[in-house]
Design a protein around this ligand. Sequence first.
Ligand code: ATP
Ligand code: MG
Ligand code: FE
Length: 338
Amino acid sequence: MRVLGIETSCDETGVAVYDSEQGLLGHAVYSQIELHAQYGGVVPELASRDHIRKLIPLIKTVLNESHTQATEINGVAYTAGPGLIGALLVGAAVGKSLAWAWQVPAVGIHHMEGHLLAAMLEQPAPTFPFLALLVSGGHTQLVEVAALGQYTVLGESVDDAAGEAFDKTAKILGLGYPGGPALARLAEQGYADKFNFPRPMTQRPGLDFSFSGLKTCVLTTWQAQTDPTEQTRADIARAFEEAVIDTLAIKCRRALQQTGLKSLVVAGGVGANQRLRQRLLQLTKEIGVAVYYPRPLFCTDNGAMIAYAGALHLAAGHQESLAFSALPRWPLNQLSIT
Ligand code: ATP
Ligand code: MG
Ligand code: FE
């Protein structure tokens, strides 16, 4: 089965073709970062308009690069939510219309399900069941993945997501938008022991997270510096990164112990963080658990994860009416796969 995948939930236009026998045949991501950078954040209306401009040309390019004719596509998967409604509607309308024109089924995919299955595109691929650490711009969740469509959220952030904390902290330190990757680069120049930030919610039981206080801690520490040097800035970045990574690692260990699961899958943009990857590799080695990551490009938003999730759902008999759906809010544990 060959599936066209379309991702337009936020500020990346992602398109891919996945074939269940041959694997990923082609993929491309167009990022709108430059468009939104001058505003310091994503402007929803501009995002929708840019998806309108970029999506169809990108589909054409990816079909060509995949050496795929329209007649060879057996299904279309599009991100149905959660995300920005205007942006979602572009992908949903185009995806559903193409499916209708090509007379193949279409399937609306939950964006976070796409993220949590992304590592299955790699070799070796994880197999169900596994524990997923979803760390993205909008979510921080520990999810027990029993099988396709069977997701139990074991814990999540009660305020800022990990990626959001990276971005906001980067802004405090004057690193522009989106600051996560820039903050990680700056942290490489810093010393871990110059500042010590809290590991929120690790002292009490449970698997929830809270990152907004940590960000405030950085703010007050940064403002308290009378004559900050470039090294001070890097040291604060490093100490912040350490605190986030430590917190995530502590909760992963706890969730693995609690569930007895033997595989950990990391997903979402923060999963691209090299130091987080190293830390979780170390932790899982220590406790005899296998860890899986998507390639960094597939940690952030992309069409490949949507095409892949679509192929699994279509193979499982997922059916949809001609109406298309776009849900700005959509809890992961409310997926219906029939
Ligand atoms: P969601 O998937 O929850 O809707 P999103 O799609 O915006 O949110 P992603 O694209 O998965 O999120 O990830 C983007 C986030 O990842 C941003 O917050 C970004 O700062 C962060 N990020 C990307 N690379 C790194 C890195 N190397 N270190 C830390 N954070 C990073
Ligand atoms: Mg993005
Ligand atoms: Fe995402």
